[in-house]
Design a protein around this ligand. Structure first.
Ligand code: AMP
Ligand code: GLY
Length: 426
């Protein structure tokens, strides 16, 4: 098969690495890709959200399967456009991608179908939003309705701060049209976890749990980022919680999307808050998570391509999926300054030495090749991923690998997965 992989981050490198191992894949293209994806794919210089040009490329090259990494092309309708052209594409339709594209849409679905989540109200007028905020006790969660590259969620410590953000979104247009509508949401407490599932709209195949680390600094300090590391499985998701998530959240959501005439296919990602063995939905993503995909996919023993095809063809009930029992840890190495301003073009060394340790795969995120040298090309640069006999072994191996790698001003967290080790007795 000829496969086109859309995207350029660590998630997409993990996907490319897995797809390239499949006997079903003859040729892999990456649009636009990075230096790691280039080890497995021919790179195509097209932006991940340029639906028209991606479609033209897929038609011209007679692509058999399009696999979409990020949310923007899904929300923009790339899967619908491919389907209309007779090209198989993995992921939800534009209508179903509203589960991530509009937070109000997602909350309304959850609410209408009795799926556990925090209370909320939707507003497109600042005065009405502020009146509602006056009736709440802080912290108050204000979220831009549309896609805002992870920046549209604000946890406000006071009513005054909530009011300022409401003005910034609706009146000043800080997030463009994404913030012209917003939701004000109940603040949930507990421990976060991520669960991803394949679904063909009838059957779900739930992946092992994982946990992201969104803050830039150790001990969950510092600003929010795209994710500084992840591990799988997450012990907060006990087998009892995992079963409840499938029964009370994933299956009802897939069912709800059918009832609402927006059948959902692809990967459904639930960002969850877990407290006292109960899970509530914080958000849905309509695609693989980044960086959760790196430690989850490294544990997938089965061929990914048949799984993807069965998700598109509606035969997921017949798919076989085998997972490595061993836990995995991914430490993100970022450019100094990220998520603020950072330098690009710094040479990277030591990846081969890191992988030579064994049980290590270094997934590239923001990398490029310049004059034959590997250099930094983004905020998150590498996802150094290791498996181990147990979680402490996986953590140790991941950090041994990190120690082998260097680039100027490299920054990473030292406590990825530490929370899983320091759990209170139950
Ligand atoms: P989201 O992009 O919706 O996942 O939000 C980003 C982060 O904000 C989440 O990972 C949580 O840490 C936090 N967050 C979002 N919504 C809530 C909420 N209702 N209560 C507490 N924290 C939240
Ligand atoms: N790790 C969260 C996300 O992929 O959006």
């Amino acid at each position: 098969m000829k496969i086109l992989l859309v995207g350029s981050g660590g998630r997409e490198h993990a996907l490319a690495w897995k797809i390239a191992q499949s006997p079903l894949c003859d040729t892999l293209y990456g649009a636009p890709g990075n230096a790691g994806i280039a080890q497995h794919a021919e790179l195509v210089d097209v932006a991940a959200d340029d639906v028209a040009v991606l479609l033209r490329f897929a038609k011209r090259e007679q692509i058999d399967l399009v696999l979409v990494g990020p949310e923007a092309p899904l929300v923009a309708g790339l899967v619908d456009a491919c389907a209309a052209a007779g090209i198989k594409a993995f992921g939800p339709s534009r209508a179903a991608a509203q589960l991530e594209g509009s937070k109000a849409f997602a909350k309304d679905i959850l609410h209408r179908h009795g799926i556990p989540t925090g209370g909320y109200q939707t507003f497109d007028r600042a005065e009405a939003a502020k009146d509602y905020v006056a009736s709440l006790r802080p912290p108050i969660v204000v979220k831009a309705d549309g896609l805002a590259a992870g920046k549209g969620v604000i946890i406000c410590k006071s009513k005054k701060e909530a009011g300022e953000w409401i003005d910034a979104m609706i009146i000043e247009g800080r997030f463009g049209t994404a913030g012209s509508k917003l939701i004000v949401e109940e603040f949930l407490t507990g421990e976060e976890a991520s669960i991803m599932a394949f679904t063909d709209g009838k059957t779900i195949a739930t992946m092992p749990s994982s946990q992201d680390h969104k803050r830039a600094l150790d001990n969950d300090d510092g600003p929010n980022t795209g994710g500084m590391g992840a591990y799988s499985p997450a012990p907060v998701v006990t087998s009892e919680v995992y079963d409840k998530i499938e029964r009370d959240i994933l299956i009802p959501t897939v069912h709800a999307m059918n009832v609402e005439d927006k059948p959902y296919r692809g990967v459904l990602y639930a960002g969850l808050m877990i407290e006292a063995d109960n899970a509530r939905v914080l958000e849905f993503n309509v695609r693989f998570g980044d960086p959760e995909t790196q430690p989850v996919l490294i544990r997938l023993k089965s061929d990914l391509v048949p799984l993807i095809l069965s998700t598109i063809d509606g035969t997921l009930d017949q798919a076989e999926i085998e997972w490595d029992e061993r836990p995995a840890v991914c430490v993100v190495m970022a450019s100094g300054g990220y998520p603020g301003k950072y330098q690009k073009g710094c040479p990277i060394t030591g990846i081969d030495e890191a992988e030579a340790l064994g049980d290590v795969k270094v997934f590239h995120a923001g990398t490029a090749e310049r004059d034959g040298r590997l250099v930094t090309n983004g905020g998150r640069v590498l996802g150094v991923t290791a498996v181990g006999a147990d979680l402490p072994a996986a953590i140790t191996r991941a950090y041994e690998a990190v120690d082998r790698i260097s680039f100027q001003d490299a920054h990473y967290r030292h406590d990825i997965a530490a929370r899983a080790l320091n759990r209170p007795a139950r």
